[in-house]
Design a protein around this ligand. Structure first.
Ligand code: NI
Length: 195
């Protein structure tokens, strides 16, 4: 297994739609194992193939809910995602603490974003076996964030007007223009909420 370099905002593969996974072979399973290792080292709770430079419709996720200790962990190839309606701000104000997310491809940044509360994921695992799962809350957010990566959409692209402007300024200030960064091997690192 290996820790792979993670692509940074500006890298073209992050900003274009990915192609379906067609081969469910040993090479794909080795890739998935590397993606899990990379995600763990980052650390993150989700990682999509474009984030390791591959335009494939594939992501991995691994998150433990601190409230009940339940873990979601899996592989989603060729996913489809259905969302519950997004609650508008005038119905429920944005809770910046609870609704702020980050992305391993926009390192050390985090911005608030309203997401759908519930999702239905249909995907194939690393053996090509189809499955269907429902998620809610933060788990649903992870699915939406990773799914977006497969369409070349980064959460920054979904921010409200003022926050988006602020984020782009910050990205320019930090000088993110593509390339990669490589996480250090894990030394019992605590999980962070990035994907
Ligand atoms: Ni991300």
């Amino acid at each position: 297994m290996a820790i792979l370099p993670i692509t940074i905002w500006g890298e073209p593969v992050l900003h274009r739609a990915a192609q379906p996974v067609t081969e469910f072979d040993a090479a794909l399973r080795a890739l998935v194992a590397d993606m899990f290792e990379t995600m763990e080292a980052a650390p993150g709770v989700g990682l999509a193939a474009p984030q390791i430079g591959l335009g494939l419709r594939l992501f991995v996720y691994d998150w433990t809910n601190p409230r009940d200790g339940r873990t979601i962990r899996g592989v989603a190839a060729n996913p489809e995602l259905w969302l519950s309606p997004v609650v508008p701000f005038d119905v429920q104000e944005l809770d910046e603490r609870a609704e702020t997310e980050g992305c391993l491809s926009v390192p050390d940044e985090a911005y608030p974003l309203r997401r759908a509360h519930r999702v239905l994921l249909r995907a194939q695992d690393e053996h090509g076996e189809p499955y269907e799962l429902e998620f809610e809350g933060w788990a649903a957010r992870i699915m939406q964030h990773e799914f977006d990566h497969l369409d070349g959409v980064i959460y920054i692209n979904r921010l409200d007007f003022m926050t988006h402007r602020k984020a782009l300024k910050e990205i320019a200030r930090l000088g993110f223009k593509g390339g990669t960064w490589t996480p250090a091997p894990v030394d019992a690192a605590e999980g962070a909420a990035a994907g």
